[in-house]
Design a binder for this molecule. Sequence first.
Ligand code: FAD
Length: 498
Amino acid sequence: MAKSNGDISRRELLARGIAIGGAAVVGSPTKLFGQEAASKSADAHAGANALHELRASIRGTLVTPANASYDARRQLWNGMIDKRPAAIVGCAGTADVMNTIKFARANGLPVSVRGGGHNVAGKALRDGALAIDLTAMKGIRVDPKAKIARAQAGYVWNELDRETATFGLATTGGTVSTTGGGLTLGGGIGWLMRKHGLACDNLLSVDVVTADGEFLQANESENADLFWAVRGGGGNFGVVTSFEYRLHELETITAGPALYPPNKIKDMFRFYRDFTATAPDSVTAMAGIVQGPPGTPLEGDLAGFFQVCHSGAASEGERLVQPIKAFGPPAMDMIGIMPYTTLQTLSDQNFPVGNRNYWRSNFLMELSDEAIDIILERASGMPANAHSALFFEHMEGAVGRVGPEDTAFSNRDAKYNFTVLAGWTDANEDERYVTWTRSFGDAMKALATGAGYVNYMMDDEGNSRVRATYAGNFERLVAVKRKYDPTNFFSGNQNIAP
Ligand code: FAD
């Protein structure tokens, strides 16, 4: 009998045994799921029995290609990614993660780790691997007195934001609320970062399951080397099953976008450069280019956008955003006081699940006139839809006050992160948009620090890019990797090889 969630039950798994093993044989490179054709049938049996064992050892769900829910469960945010895991383990808790890793190790199976499934390179799944899916692990506990939130690793940011905002508290999260906790492991750029640091700078402690399936806690006083590495080093060192974040009093948020017509874009970037040169840490600002929204005077044109977030007293916010409202003037001005949770969800609709996506990012030390000229020249090839954009994120402030060696995230002296991203739906357009984005990113690279942002990195950027991004921290990361994951069991990430 199937479990009510539609995934496979122990009895059903046993009954369907060979079929399940057989399905998993396809494309699997592993010993367990069929190594040689001659022993396929025996392997299928062994595979079914082993899966039965795995199912019996977990509280959560096990989905194989034989299950109706398989395709839905392997969908990722980026529609270009079409990975077929051998099985998806929907972990219900830390014990399931430990048992799955032990099972994978015992059976020579590779694994992948899925948090919110938003990684643009689709790192959450791998062909033929066991997918450790954390999405059911959504417990969040806010301690309002201590100003701490503890979140199981399957949360997405709108869930954490809602819990903390209820207590008048917040921590730095991403700027699109549907991304998952994996954002923290790559750094975590967000609206509160110039005041309170990156998401990873607000981490107090993590629970980690290591490559041998053991449980560890890592913080400043316990396994401090691991704690250093997970703050920017991505999913290289283990599966984080719980994040503990420092929270801050939620102040009044004066925020939102202003849009400018095409003939003002060049000046808008110069104005952004001046604005960010003097902005206090209470202000985080982005500027870029999008398609003019439908039903507005900018429809059909490229529009400049300037988006801001001030957190602090309303009167101070009003004064600080005034120059943006006065510049131009904007064709559309939506800057005003709003709840933090509204700001966090403002851009969600532009990033739907299933679109095809390709991104490039570069950290820059300055916004030069040369950069502006390149941007204006290249922007004309941008897909004419609401899902493509290019933008600067102003770093510095509390981000820059953390030393480059204090956490694994080393790009502390960069002034801006510049990203160009294309989103589209027609697979026949892949080459056009990938080529446009890649060559735009390469043109900007010549003006950049050499580092990209690991959270925005594509697979084809290569290991040399990962190495360049970690710069002076790379060798130390390799040493931590050797200690906690000497066989590179966790390799489905922006990989730091041991
Ligand atoms: P998933 O795709 O689930 O996982 C990606 C990889 O991260 C995994 O393969 C694994 O290697 C690792 N991982 C995830 N969770 C864990 C865990 N618990 N333990 C160990 N490893 C883990 N980034 C920002 O910094 N700021 C933003 O504002 C921002 N906005 C974004 C908006 C959109 C629309 C998208 C698609 C991405 C955005 N990102 C942003 C990038 C985002 O941070 C990364 O894509 C990040 O990997 C997403 O986390 P996830 O949990 O959803 O990832």
